[in-house]
Structure formats: C-alpha cells, structure tokens
Design a protein. Sequence first.
Length: 535
Amino acid sequence: MFLCFDLVESSSGGCFFFRFSSFLRNNLCSHKSFFLFDQVLWSALVSLLTCLLEIFTHNSGWHHDPSKQWLLTDLFYNQNETHKLTLAPPSGTLLTDASHLNSSIVAEIRSPKTVAEIIKAVRDAKSTHKKISLSGIRHSMGGQALGPNTLHLDMTQMDSVRYNDSDQTVTVGPGATWRQVQTSLSQHGRAVRVMQDSNIFSVGGSLSVNAHGKDPQYGSLIESVNYLKMVTADGKEILCDKTQNKDLFSAVIGGYGILGIITEVNLLTTQNSIYAFSLIPTQTPSLIDTLESLSKNPENRLLEAHLSVDGERFLTESLIYKYSEAHSLKKPVDDLNGENSTWLRKVVFQASRMSNFGKFLRWEIEKSLTPLVEPTTVSRNTAMAVPVRFLQNPDPHSTDILQEYYIPTEQANKFLESYKKLVKKYNMNVLNVTIRKVNKDINALVSYAQKDMYGFVVYYKVLKNGMDIQTLNAFTRELMEYLISIKATYYLCYGSYYSQSQLTTMYPEIRKLFVLKTQQDPDMLFTNVWYEKYR
C-alpha cells in the first residue's frame, strides 16, 4: 500500500477537505453497515486527501524544497518483524543513539558471544590503554551507550534465554530482547513481571537504567531480579544479589553501565493471565485520583493513561488503558509481534508530527477506534508487546526526543498546570504524553522513585538545528529547576540537558555511585559520554 501525506495546514485546502469529508461521511457512512468505514477508512483518507491538497495547492512549498521530499513515503505492512531494532552498525566506527543528536567515534567494535570473549576484551583494552563502552539496542538518549575512542562492546549477541521450570524463573543474557524472553516464557504459561512499554529493548540495557513498567502491582525492574553476573574491571566474573556483593547489586541496576559488564541475569516471572481490556475516558483534573483508585485494586494488572496534545485540548482530556484479571480458563494465545496496522499508525502519527490538525485527528481516532479494534480479552504477554516501529521518524532534518519526569503523587495535578505553561513558553512540539504509576524503590542505589510517584513520559519533535537544540536545553533546565522544587526527578537515560548541580541536587546518591566507581574501577576502564560529562 502506498500513501503520501503532508499535513501542513492550509486554508484553501482545509476548507475543501472539510466540505468533501462531510460529503463522504453523510453519503457513504450514514448506514450502519458502513460504520467501520466511517471510523477506520475515513481516518486514513484524511491523511491522503490532506497530502494531495497540499501538493496541488503548493501551499507547503513541496515542489521548491527538496528537503520536503521525504514527506512522500512508501508505507508497507511489514510481515517480518523478527529482527532487533538496534542502532548498532554492522561495521564502522561512528556510533549514534536513538536521539540522533549524540555520536562517538570509537576505536573498535566487538560483539562478544561468550563470557570468555568479554574477559579477553577487558584484558585487551587494559593492555592497549583503551577504555570500554557498552551498548545493547542503543535506545538511551543521554550518551550512556557511547564513548569516544573506546573499545565498544555491542552486547546484542549475548542473547541466550533459559526458562527454569523448578522455580519459574528465567535466566537471560544481557543482549536478549524482552521479545525473546516473552517468546520463551509464553511456551510455559509465564510472563515478564516488569519491562518497558515495548518488547524491543535489551534486558541488559533495561537493567542499566532500572526500567519500570505499567503494572501497578510491581515496582521498578530491580524488584524482579534474583541475581546477576558481571565482569569487573579486573577481568573476573562475579555474582551479585541482595546478600552477596549487595552494594554492586544495588548500584549496577540503574548504574548506567559504568561499573562493569552484565553477563547474565536471573528474573522472577508471573503467570501469563488473561486480562479484560477497557478504555476509560476522563478529564485530566480527575485523572490522578482515578488512577490512584484503580492502582490500589490488585485486580488491575496493567494501567496507563494517554493525554490529548492538540492545541485546543492540550492535556485536558485523557484515556485510561486498563487491563484487569478476567479469571478466564482459556489458554492464553500470545501475539508477540506487537506491530499490527503499522502503516496506518505511521500515517496518523506522522500527521501529528506535522501539524496541530494531525494531533487533533490522532486523538479523535484513538478515542473512537480503540474500543472497536482492541480485543476485549488479551494475554499479559500480548498486552505488553506494544507496537513501536510506527514511531520511526522518516524526516532526516528532525528527531523525536523522549523525556520522563517522576512526580510525587500529591504534586501531580500541580505539575500538569505548570508544565503546560512551560511548554507554551518554549513552544515545544509535544507529540505524546503517557502517565504510569511508579512505586517507591528502596533497592536501587540511584533511585528515581524515593516515594510513590507518577511517571510522565513525553515525546517531543525537535529540529536538528542549533536553535531548536538550544531551546530544548533551555526548556529542560528550567523544567529541572521546577522538578527540584517539588522533589520530583528526571529520568537520566534521556537527554543530558541538565547541569551537574541539578543532577547532584536531584540525585544526591549519584556521588555514592561515583565513589563506588573509583573503588571498583580505579583506572576508569568502563566509561561513556554521560559519565565523562558528570563525573
């Protein structure tokens, strides 16, 4: 299927479009049998018509600006989604991360498959006076997966997964993706306890940032870890858990890769239950109270809220996605591909990147289509395999930036009001806002949740020019000051736009991490861009 679109708003095109779309709705979609057309095909037609109108009315300047040619995009339904979404190059020395704003020229890239190869890499680096940087799928945005002139270890080949029937745990290599873990667990009726909102990420990378999920009954990833193994700076593999090498256990998880190389992790699992799905529309002022009430019910197992981002309704409307125990006796059938309707999702999300009308369109589609197309019951594994490939930005001149803010429960409503003012002040292009419950974490040394919080995950579109990057820096630093004032935190695996004083004020434990680093790795063998900036 080929679709083209350019959702830059135009007055003449817009007027005609609304008249023509009204005609279609009134004449083609009035009968009940055309209801699905009214809800699905009309939405796709919106994008197609808007594109054609923009091109033929010349309002977007497409014919005169070669940089806009990417707007004509081939969008195919991709049946083969088994490959890892890694940014690691097959060869070469220039590495980037998911922000496309950070890069490093490394001395060498190796992809170890065994612990012995990792130990050899450590010895080789020390003998040649090189430092070591590490990466998994490389979707962090703060420089943690990059290091200049380093021996770089791409860990994606260390991807073994072994289910242990005796204690219902799973033993995993750091390069395995959550999809690989889910695939193994699915065969045994088990599921992951804690992972990000998509299964494309590596387990080792998730451990290094101590990721959290959307199950309000569990906290951050460290709670699900029985033990891990790691290679230290002296080239030895050691075991760490809550009793043995416990200082390293609590520091390596959420330690951003500066203490050693994770070689294996053993994780607790949970039952792959059948969940009942429901979508709850609500107004934002009552959202936090509603989420609090829902999260206290142990029957509710997956929970998150999406907020409107179009201009007229910016952060005023919300949709709560709730998955609760269905108590079904049916055997779960897992769909771990997680990439259905990629072409339509990509069209609609690209529309929201380009204009406020696109944001309006996307929100209307989400509200009206989700109850129709989402299955009423779904397995836990399937519900946690969320589509992500449609988010890939085809524009070489812009990039999408993630940030996440952890807000104390009692400050959440106040934060939303202040955040709206700050976004308006800096004219930030907000693409998506998702809210999830984040439970208190006392296990990790550097914890982003010293008390119960709500995680606000925000997606921004930023042009790759000096002005937009300066604006992003200024916006983030002012936001950081506000976060500090309400005892909130910023997720460090995203862009490093904060000052060193802001970092240590927000995370006083970071100094303990750096002290432990000098004790365990006095030659500073393990490094990355983030550590070199803030050490």
